[in-house]
Design a protein around this ligand. Structure first.
Ligand code: NAD
Length: 367
């Protein structure tokens, strides 16, 4: 299956390059054995770009990201750059990517591999086999709404202001992604807001309901208040398939769902933009974890979150379901065989480093 799809790799700082090296090995296996190769380029982002170019992301790297069919990112930041002014920090590179690529849909799967069910803070029976997707609106809502700021009132008191705003089109485009995702999964969407106390929540519910009625009647739709959703996620998480929610609630609920799975080193993510005329979406795939300065350069990082992020790329940017299943099955298999990096280590298992975990995944992909 030859492709000339363009892939930009931004490994970043800390453990970013270490985990990305393992992702590249899996991609190399596909290139050699399935004639599935991408036109791949590497660029700098974050602290390493500041060191070399003086900025966290150059215009040239940004231009390549805009042209790429998909961008794979490691992580950015670290103590070396902590004291820079906010506008020059490594994270600005990541924020620029998200903003310029208009990545409004953030997909955060919470998947519990059987072999790791005991690592969750919840009981095994509540989480074993868990497979839910939290879809967070990423570019609107209270984090961006105006007016915002801190003002001093005539009586000398100070007042902090943020504004929750959503327009019809912002709600509809993310709801559409939710329904499309659900059709390829368990066919259920739970839309989450606070329509009981917020007008933006009322609009959210109305727009999701009318889109459902007009185009997605085959998908099961339910609505839930965000506070109840937080409770249900820790009470009975398997009731959900796709949860779609706004930026603020999504920030909280996706972290809550992430912890059901036990380790940061296992969590992939994807951020998607709107489809263009050809149906192609700008897309960025990255593990949820950061640069882990405490273990960087020591061959201790878990590369599975980065590898699973690449698997999401195969599915969502390139529609390669068979190859995605192959990578996910390989991860399942190495875990079932008892291989563990330090972050997910359990007694009775075999402790391995980043490289050995990567090698094991490639061997398991081979089948
Ligand atoms: P972190 O995710 O880097 O690390 C938190 C803890 O989890 C650490 O103990 C770390 O060793 C461990 N950990 C994380 N990923 C791991 C992996 N793959 N394998 C094994 N253990 C892993 O979060 P932090 O310590 O809060 O932040 C460190 C730096 O990373 C900061 O500069 C922060 O700004 C940056 N950061 C970047 C991103 C990103 O690029 N998307 C996200 C979060 C944090």
């Amino acid at each position: 299956m030859p492709t000339n799809k363009k892939l930009l790799i931004l490994a970043g700082d800390g453990i970013g390059p270490e985990v990305m090296a393992q992702v590249k090995r899996v991609l190399e296996w596909f290139a050699k054995n399935q004639a599935l190769s991408f036109d791949t380029e590497d660029e700098l982002v974050g602290g390493c770009s500041i060191d070399k170019h003086g900025v966290p992301l150059t215009d040239a790297a940004m231009a390549k990201a805009m042209k790429a069919d998909a961008v794979l990112l490691g992580a950015v930041g670290g103590p070396k750059w902590d004291n820079l002014p906010f506008a020059q920090k490594p994270e600005r590179g990541l924020l620029r990517l998200r903003k310029d690529m208009e990545l409004f849909a953030n997909l955060r799967p919470a998947l519990v591999f059987d072999a790791l069910a005991d690592a969750s803070s919840l009981k095994r029976e509540l989480v074993a086999g868990l497979d839910i997707m939290i879809l967070r609106e990423l570019t609107g809502g209270v984090y961006f709404g105006s007016p915002r700021g801190i003002e001093t009132l005539p009586n000398g008191e100070r007042r902090g202001i943020n504004t929750q705003v959503y327009t019809t089109s912002e709600i509809v485009r993310v709801a559409r992604v939710a329904f499309e995702l659900a059709r390829k999964r368990g066919n259920k969407v739970c839309s989450v807001e606070k329509a009981n106390v917020m007008e933006s929540g009322v609009l959210w519910r109305e727009e999701v309901t009318s889109l459902h009625k007009a185009e997605y009647g085959d998908v099961e739709l339910s609505h839930m208040y965000a506070d109840n959703c937080a409770m249900q996620l820790v009470r009975q998480p398997k009731q959900f398939d796709v949860i779609v929610t706004d930026n603020l609630f999504g920030d909280l609920l996706s972290d809550c769902a992430a912890m059901l799975t036990g380790s940061l080193g296992m969590l992939p993510s994807a951020s998607l933009g709107a489809p263009d005329a050809t149906g192609r979406r700008k897309a960025l795939y990255e593990p949820v974890h950061g640069t882990a300065p405490d273990i960087a350069g020591k061959d201790l990082a878990n590369p599975l979150a980065a590898i699973l992020s690449m698997a999401m790329m195969l599915r969502y940017s390139f529609g390669l379901a068979e190859q995605t299943d192959r990578v996910e099955a390989a991860v399942r298999r190495v875990l079932a065989e008892g291989l563990r990096t330090g972050d997910i280590f359990q007694s009775g298992c075999r402790r391995v480093g980043t490289r050995e975990m990567g090698e094991a995944v490639v061997a398991a992909v081979r089948g």
